[in-house]
Design a protein around this ligand. Sequence first.
Ligand code: ZN
Length: 173
Amino acid sequence: MRRTLPHLSGTYMQIEKDKVVSIVYQLRDAAGENLEDTSDGIPLAYLHGHDNLLAALEKALEGRSAGDKFDLTLSPEEAYGPVREGATQRVPIKHLLGNTKRLKAGMVVRVQTEKGPVTATALKVGKFMVDVDLNHPFAGKTLKFDVEVVAVRDATADEIAHGHAHGDGGHHH
Ligand code: ZN
């Protein structure tokens, strides 16, 4: 018979919809080049089951609990898709989100579009206009994740209503 250990129940909370999950991860491309590394900083906190991460990454996290470590390789199709030709557009700089004071070619930017914000790369910066490549910076890349689950907790009603995690590593309002 399996004993329940109520004092440890938090430790074994499983990742499922409406849990706030904190992870640290290293992300490399197929050649092993580092793309992102959160292992030295504040863990990323996200609300599970609300499309906050790549679908294939959320699927791999489902059912895991704090302390779990795993690696995951995603093809471009499972990640940000292939590189699209003709995805260059000239947009007003005022349509970029965040601080654009030090905008220069090569920088990753967020562009406000009719379909919501998208991640792009600045190609050529003018006075009022900027040419951007609307391909995601990781488009066409195979992504290799090294993930560690740091914590799992129940989301608050506010977090579920907003569709994202609050507090350390999450959204601040
Ligand atoms: Zn919020």
